[in-house]
Design a protein around this ligand. Sequence first.
Ligand SMILES: Nc1nc2c(c(=O)[nH]1)N[C@H]1C(S)=C(S)[C@@H](COP(=O)(O)OP(=O)(O)OC[C@H]3O[C@@H](n4cnc5c(N)ncnc54)[C@H](O)[C@@H]3O)O[C@H]1N2
Ligand code: MOO
Length: 422
Amino acid sequence: MTSSAPALPDHCDAGATGAVIPVDIAAAKATATASPVAETETLDLLTAIGRVTATDVVASLNLPPFNASAMDGYAVKADSVTGQGPWRLKVTGRIAAGDAPKQSSQGSVRILTGAPVPQGFDTVVMQEKCRLDGDAIVIDQRPRTGQNVRIAGEDVRRGESLLDSGDTLKPQHLALLAGQGMAGIEVRRKVRIGLISTGTELREPGQSLHPGQIFNSNRVMLRASLDAFRWAEVLDFGIVPDTREAIAAALAEAATRCDAIITTGGVSAGEEDHVTWAVGSGGGMLDVMKVAMRPGKPVKVGKLGAALFLGLPGNPNATLVTFRMIALPALRKLAGLSITAPTWTQAVADFTYEKRPDRTEFVPVRLAAAGADGLPRLAVLGRGSSASLRAISQADGIALLPPGVDLVSPGYLIRIELLNVV
Ligand SMILES: Nc1nc2c(c(=O)[nH]1)N[C@H]1C(S)=C(S)[C@@H](COP(=O)(O)OP(=O)(O)OC[C@H]3O[C@@H](n4cnc5c(N)ncnc54)[C@H](O)[C@@H]3O)O[C@H]1N2
Ligand code: MOO
């Protein structure tokens, strides 16, 4: 961490103290605080989807391993087809996929897709381009040397780089590794993420609601978000009431079991906001106290023991925005991913929005059809109220309205993070 402010020991005024820093600096601090989990495991390819590679992978096998026919047809030696056509070539044998390579250079050989082209031949004539005449084929067009033959190593060459450490394994990566004959792959172990929903007012969906209480929305939103990442494992500590003791106890337990701790709620300025105090009382420290962003200003980032601490505000829109913009990049770093930043998409505002120029504002947006420039148009959903569940539930993405701008007008080029991107 580049700077550190100790968590306040006694009096919780986190919402009123600490320098206000830009959101990109806050995200960079969070990411810098995280170190990739060191342990690795070797997984069968069938269970490795979505996991993060722990090493570079280099090809040990040429692909294709032999010169292979790309078509059903007849293998020939192109330069044996000389003079004036049509040409008549005797069929001297047959070779199918899975047959051992053969040696031949006379006439032609019936060959099926994927079969090794016999040594001595260099070209395959598609069966549609010739006709059978007794024990021979007749071709009218001179074949081009090398036509319809996949040359050994033309796809992958032994020694070539296939994957880098820090890649997320996708189905097509696994296919490539399987093509190399690899049964397993070394990946980073899953990141253990503790989730604590603070708030005396919270009840779980399905429970009865008493006056003054609300249902816990953030828990399922964060659980579902994290469950989409195969590199993440959630340890859910449930709802913890707004008392110093309860929050400190939950944090202490989470710090011993988790690589990262995410709390929601209890980070602003009121006397029931105990998260900052509890981090301090547990010997932790906070490096991000207040961020020039809306929603999400009181988000906290620091360390508690060896664990990365991410204290997200309780309002659901603020939880979502701070999770995606600040927490997730840091969690990706813990997972060992080489790309940690959000994936941005360029789009064009089709709305007018007044904002404060001294901060970054994030608003939920819906995508509309692209304009003539090929960029999608955006409609804004409300004013991005911090507490709104409805607006975020209807959003295709979160648009970033940058600092230094006080009015976004139709035609303004902005960037969005699509919410379907994991
Ligand atoms: N005097 C000040 N008051 C507030 C400030 C400030 O700077 N000075 N900041 C405001 C901002 S901005 C935000 S954002 C909120 C953040 O509050 P906390 O993180 O301390 O969260 P809570 O007060 O616990 O809750 C806020 C709000 O969200 C509801 N909530 C909490 N957890 C959940 C959950 N799991 N699911 C659904 N809803 C949840 C909670 O009931 C509150 O309504 O503080 C402002 N105040
Ligand atoms: O930090 Mo807030 O602006 O109510 O989400």
